[in-house]
Design a protein around this ligand. Sequence first.
Ligand SMILES: [Zn+2]
Length: 101
Amino acid sequence: MNIQNLLLGEIDQWDLLNYYNVTLLYEELPNSVNGFVFNYDGINFIVINKFLSYYKRKKTLLHELAHIELNQLCQKDKDLFAFHISKYEDEADNYIKFLLE
Ligand SMILES: [Zn+2]
């Protein structure tokens, strides 16, 4: 099960969130932050800016799921993804773009 199955409509977002052990939270974040993802005690937390439009929320969720799917959360510094590193940002975005094409 992966993001491609979701994009193809073979599963819904809750199937995938469950599969990746994701707790999804909508919070009041600064304008400049769409969302972020981190792992704590084996649970993946995706936090999305609650002020985003429906479309942007979905796009951000896909982006954060890409970080999980690309195994970008196994870093020593657990705070890493509170402030995204541009290399991983590009990888996550390119991955979604690739799947959509
Ligand atoms: Zn990111």
